[in-house]
Structures are given as structure tokens and as C-alpha cells.
Unconditional design. Structure first.
Length: 66
């Protein structure tokens, strides 16, 4: 669970039904639950965030090798 603004929580790994039930059991008012799905591009960027396929030095060396 994360929060980037007042009154807003971002929850991962639970369904809207699970979040709503947990809030109800804790007597917490919930005004809106919105399910958000990442786009394929966002999912790819998250999965490949640490890998680098292209570097400027590699390009310069490839051009010099021609």
C-alpha cells in the first residue's frame, strides 16, 4: 500500500472486493474503489527497468567498425 496524496491509497495484490471488505470490517469509510490496469507498455517498462540494451558507446563503436 502506498499513498502519494492526502486521502488516497494505492493498494496492490488485493481485489476491490477484498479492500472494501477490509475497510468495512475496520469501520473505515470508503468513497470510491477504482481498479486500474497497467498498459502492456507500462508492464514491460517495469519488468525491464534494470536492463539496458543500448548504450551510446556501443553505437559509436558500431559506427566506427563500419
Amino acid at each position: 500500500m502506498t499513498s502519494d496524496q492526502s486521502g488516497v491509497l494505492h493498494v496492490q495484490g488485493l481485489t476491490a472486493e477484498q479492500i472494501g471488505a477490509a475497510a468495512w470490517q475496520a469501520h473505515l469509510p470508503v468513497f470510491e474503489l477504482t481498479t486500474q490496469h497497467a498498459s502492456l507498455e507500462e508492464a514491460f517498462m517495469q519488468l525491464t527497468d534494470d536492463s539496458v540494451d543500448f548504450r551510446a558507446n556501443d553505437a559509436a563503436e558500431a559506427v566506427a567498425a563500419r
